[in-house]
Design a binder for this molecule. Structure first.
Ligand SMILES: [Zn+2]
Length: 242
């Protein structure tokens, strides 16, 4: 039947359009995900930079504490010469011992901080290389996506032209059926026809009544009462390609 054949051909074009439209949406999303990788990597680099700054401040503080402690020790040591009583002398020695213990602790801390700083600096250099890598990957990918999108757009323009021609072929035969088909198509965005499969709509499985089957076979236009798709038997379509 010519009308069904022509509608079926229109639906094939509409499926192509749906696929191209999905590529037009998917490609920029892929690019967006890649961009996020670059941003994440840059943020990591910034975080390390912040940690380095904080560590440097801490090291300065630790150095100043160490200086104070050292000056306390030498003050106490010079006092030793002017001490008269044994009791005072041993008490001062005790104080010096405590300061020396504190000094040793401060030196350990300062050394630990220096080691941390070196590790952070190495981590920073590593992350810097990683940022450069994802950034150049992104630029490469961006070029690819732009080329792919341009190709998809060109294909879309071509297919839309084909659709216009096919649409007018159908319109000349049955404008009302065409408009109903297009209404169903606009709802789901992909198709507007459904093959009958074992007496049911192949899409939504709604059962056809015997009258509908007889009507379809004698060439009537029948839409599925559930999903609204235009029904057909596969053997009624002569240009089917599977
Ligand atoms: Zn249906």
């Amino acid at each position: 039947m010519k009308l069904l054949d022509d509608l079926f051909a229109l639906q094939e074009i509409d499926k192509e359009i749906a696929q191209l439209r999905s590529s037009q949406q998917r490609l920029p999303q892929k690019l967006q995900r890649k961009k996020k990788e670059v941003q994440d990597s840059k943020k990591k680099l910034n975080d390390i930079e912040e940690e380095i700054k904080k560590k440097k401040v801490l090291i300065k503080e630790q150095e100043s504490l160490l200086l104070t402690c050292e000056s306390n020790i030498s003050k106490k040591q010079s006092q030793l010469n002017s001490i008269k009583s044994n009791r005072e002398y041993s008490s001062l020695l005790e104080e010096i011992k405590t300061f020396k213990q504190e000094k040793a602790n401060l030196e350990d801390n300062a050394l630990g901080s220096m080691e941390d700083l070196e590790k952070l600096k190495a981590k920073y250099e590593e992350e810097k290389i990683s940022v450069q890598k994802v950034e150049s990957e992104y630029q490469e990918f961006q070029k690819e996506v732009e080329q792919d999108l341009a190709q998809v757009d060109a294909e879309m323009a071509e297919v839309q032209k084909k659709r216009k021609e096919q649409r007018s072929i159908v319109e000349q035969q049955d404008r009302q059926t065409l408009l109903t088909y297009e209404r169903v198509l606009s709802v789901n965005g992909k198709d507007g026809m459904s093959a009958v499969d074992e007496g049911s709509c192949g899409y939504c499985r709604s059962q056809l009544i015997p009258n509908e089957i007889v009507g379809l076979k004698s060439g009537n236009i029948i839409f599925c009462k559930e999903c609204g798709r235009l029904m057909y038997f596969i053997d009624m379509i002569s240009n089917i390609s599977y």
